[in-house]
Design a protein around this ligand. Structure first.
Ligand SMILES: Cc1cc2nc3c(=O)[nH]c(=O)nc-3n(C[C@H](O)[C@H](O)[C@H](O)COP(=O)(O)OP(=O)(O)OC[C@H]3O[C@@H](n4cnc5c(N)ncnc54)[C@H](O)[C@@H]3O)c2cc1C
Length: 394
């Protein structure tokens, strides 16, 4: 039996961020990954670091802290991060009401959001389609990384660190107290972090159920390079995105937008589509996505879904080259209240997961808070938050 100090199971962005936080604190880490590197959601996403989508309060704080740590990680591990901000394009009065409500609430932030006129939005981003555009919400603190590049560079940085041992192609078959069993070896660890992504469902089925977690499948695509160094500027999205992020959920007009969207965008609403547009340092544009909640994820991607994503993309933007290089699907686990789960399983093991659609945004900050035991008291991320309240005496 091999004795190790701290085991991290799962080499997606959550496991990588935990490993970074642990070595910064002086811990020795053994990272176990079933594949030859991050392979699941962490390399299949847009790479958007998107604090604008998090509710003001501890989750926004976590996302902004995460953004700072992403910048630090980019410096240490030599990958690029684009602090390009985001534009939410509003084409209807309801969408305008919601972004104006957002800006009013955002004023206490250090670098608050602001409303732009159509011409200001177009000056910032040539891809903004002027037709129907009424206003835009500009959030300056969103950012973007190329997810494959970022993961590979962090893996490289960690593999060269003398406090880290990475075991690739090593699936952990079982954790029993402080014993960790792989097909090759049995390890004894002082502390264990499980960051198993959507395999959460297999690892802790009971917690998956009580937390009302679900598995979501998303359709994604990437264009070939844009011509003549054409640059997108800020990340772009449209009004449908307002229906998807917690930061807009309490806007008084959100139900009206829901009704409006069902009427105007039935195919997009049927497939849970909202369009995000991100460009990476290689000039290619990543487009998506859809949301299908499935207990058994279908291996088949639907052409109708890609078409509906493309239709909305062309409605809000004018990108010179929409020739596709690739399409793929990604999967994540999301809890019933959409917040991550940090669950102390026993004296040795902590589960960190259910990062949903905000794992890139939150991972670095969440991992730092977990390792330094500094999750704000006002934020309950434990699985027990889903327990039914005790029955009161009659
Ligand atoms: C299409 C798509 C787009 C997204 N876009 C964004 C975005 O732009 N911004 C954003 O903030 N978030 C985004 N997300 C969400 C984000 O990608 C995820 O929340 C995040 O990547 C989850 O990271 P993770 O490390 O928890 O899981 P994963 O990336 O799934 O990693 C888990 C790892 O654990 C390994 N593993 C599991 N079980 C074992 C075992 N027994 N032994 C060894 N290894 C094991 C797996 O092989 C896997 O590599 C998107 C997600 C998808 C799918």
């Amino acid at each position: 039996m091999q004795q190790i100090e701290t085991a991290v199971i799962g080499g997606g962005i959550a496991g990588l961020a935990l490993s970074l936080a642990l070595v910064r604190k002086g811990h020795k880490v053994t990272l176990f990954e079933a594949n030859g590197g991050a392979y699941q959601a962490s390399v299949r996403n847009f790479g958007l670091i998107w604090p604008s989508g998090q509710k003001i309060g501890p989750m926004r704080q976590m996302a902004l802290h995460s953004r700072e740590l992403w910048i630090k990680a980019a410096r240490e591990a030599s990958f690029s991060i684009n602090p390009n901000g985001s534009l939410y394009l509003a084409q209807t009065d309801t969408e305008c009401d919601i972004i104006n409500w957002y800006v009013q609430n955002d004023q206490e932030e250090d670098n608050p959001a602001r409303i732009l006129s159509p011409s200001e939005a177009q000056n910032l981003a040539p891809a903004v389609k002027p037709d129907h555009l009424k206003q835009a919400l500009y959030y300056p603190s969103d950012a973007c990384v190329q997810p494959v590049n970022a993961c590979r560079q962090i893996e490289k940085y960690l593999s060269q660190h003398d406090m880290v041992d990475i075991q690739y192609f090593t699936k952990v078959l079982m954790v029993d107290g402080n014993r960790l069993i792989t097909a090759r070896e049995v390890y004894k660890a002082d502390r264990i972090f499980v960051a198993s992504g959507h395999f959460f469902k297999e690892w802790y089925p009971q917690l998956f159920e009580t937390s009302k977690s679900r598995i979501c499948k998303l359709h994604m695509m990437r264009t070939t390079e844009q011509p003549d160094g054409w640059a997108l500027g800020p990340n772009l999205c449209g009004g449908l995105t307002l229906l998807h992020y917690p930061s807009f959920a309490e806007a008084p007009d959100i139900q009206n937008l829901h009704k409006e969207a069902l009427d105007k965008w039935p195919d997009q609403m049927k497939h849970g589509i909202h369009v995000l547009i991100a460009q990476h340092h290689d000039g290619k544009i990543t487009l998506g996505d859809s949301h299908h909640y499935e207990s058994d994820v279908s291996p088949f991607d639907e052409e109708a879904v890609f078409n509906a994503i493309m239709e909305y993309t062309e409605h809000i933007s004018q990108i010179p080259n929409l020739k596709l290089e690739s399409r793929w699907q990604g999967v994540y686990a999301k809890s019933g209240d959409s917040l991550p789960i940090v669950e102390r399983i026993d004296d040795y093991t902590t589960f960190v997961g259910a990062l949903g659609g905000a794992g890139m945004t939150l991972s670095m900050g969440l991992a730092d808070w977990v390792v330094n035991d500094s999750i704000p008291e006002t934020l309950d991320l434990s699985g027990s938050r889903f327990s039914a309240p005790a029955e009161s005496n009659p």
